[in-house]
Design a binder for this molecule. Structure first.
Ligand SMILES: Nc1ncnc2c1ncn2[C@@H]1O[C@H](COP(=O)(O)OP(=O)(O)OP(=O)(O)O)[C@@H](O)[C@H]1O
Ligand SMILES: [Mg+2]
Length: 325
């Protein structure tokens, strides 16, 4: 059996706290985790969870209030320059030169790393091809679509071939096909031994890509495990969402009566949306039975939706809230 200590640490975060004095926000509130070399690790959480703050401190773009972060053993505050040699960052806010073309942007950025020109050109061309921007290679950035700019932003983080890549919402706003393309590229980085820390609020992205996921909420990590184990341990199963024509209190009473045989793992009423969530193991096995019973008890369903067992359900189960609302 492999000893955990034998795994090399790419990133080690201990008791990280960040308080923004402007507004007195405790954006990161005692976060600790380790990312192993060669791992794809995701921070998954809703808006304002503290993902960007965490990743920005790790990438030396922001100082912590307290706590420590090491990148390949180097402290991000005390050994900032050394850390920067090993990392690449794709920020959430797009940072490109609007009046340079795609290839010029990548070349300009690459020169800062003193990569020989021929090699740089080769890498830049390869990256541009990989993210499907070949036919826009000489187009000025100001004339690109939002999704194209995001792809350009991403490849600029990769041109220095860093061992540890930080990607803050790498596929936000991209169409499904382009998201797939980026996912494949990220998997390719891992295959070449690179380490990736990404943030996302897409549960399918975290599920598909990550070796491990830390679920963040309100500046804290509320769960950390492989996607498989997160679902196995924390999820209450599939979730059915209902709106009924009847009043909330009456519905709750009937649902609880129906639940005498404890067929539901959890019943939740979100009053402001007049929405009921019922968690069930393997819902498809008994969906008609459930609907028939509801009808027999005088309940009229006006709207229904289903969420199969996903990381989103893990988040709902842990916090009572949806990831995106
Ligand atoms: N420069 C800043 N000054 C003051 N408060 C800030 C600053 N940046 C972020 N915050 C606050 O810190 C908290 C965490 O923000 P952060 O950007 O880290 O969240 P996030 O998880 O990346 O969210 P999103 O999914 O929206 O990108 C939020 O409450 C935010 O308002
Ligand atoms: Mg963010």
């Amino acid at each position: 059996m492999k000893n955990n200590n034998s795994k090399k640490k790419a990133l080690e975060i201990r008791d990280l706290v960040k308080v923004y004095t402007d507004g007195n926000v405790r954006a990161v509130d005692g976060v600790s985790f380790t990312v192993h070399k060669g791992e794809i690790f995701s921070l998954l959480g809703p808006n304002g969870a503290g993902k960007t703050t965490t990743i920005s401190i790790a990438a030396t773009a922001l100082d912590p209030t307290s706590g420590s972060i090491k990148v390949f053993g180097y402290d991000v505050v005390a050994a900032r320059d050394e850390v920067r040699k090993h990392i690449g960052i794709c920020p959430q806010e797009i940072v490109i030169y609007e009046n340079l073309s795609i290839i010029e942007n990548v070349m300009f950025y690459g020169k800062m790393y003193r990569i020989p020109r021929d090699e740089l050109l080769q890498r830049a061309s390869m990256l541009i091809r990989k993210v499907g921007l070949e036919n826009k290679r000489d187009t000025m950035a100001s004339k690109l679509s939002g999704g194209m700019k995001r792809r350009l932003n991403l490849i600029m983080a990769l041109v220095s071939e860093p061992d540890l890549v930080f990607m803050d919402e790498p596929t936000a706003g991209l169409d499904p096909q382009t998201r797939r393309l980026i996912w494949e590229y990220i998997k390719g980085l891992k295959a070449r031994g690179k380490t990736v820390l990404l943030t996302t609020h897409y549960m399918d992205e975290a599920d598909e890509l990550s070796d491990r996921v830390a679920i963040m909420d309100n500046g804290k990590i509320i769960a950390l495990d492989s996607p498989f184990d997160l679902k196995r341990i924390h999820s209450t199963g599939d979730i059915l969402e209902f709106k009924f024509k009847e009043a909330g209190a009456k519905v709750m009473e009937i649902l609880e009566r129906l639940n005498k045989e404890s067929r539901f793992n959890k019943i939740q009423y979100i009053e402001e949306d007049n929405l009921f969530r019922v968690a069930i193991t393997d819902v498809l096995d008994d969906l008609t039975g459930i609907l028939n019973d509801m009808r027999d008890q005088g309940l009229h369903v006006s709207n229904m939706g289903m969420k199969s067992n996903t990381l989103e359900n893990v988040f709902i189960s842990l916090t009572g809230r949806s990831l995106r609302n």
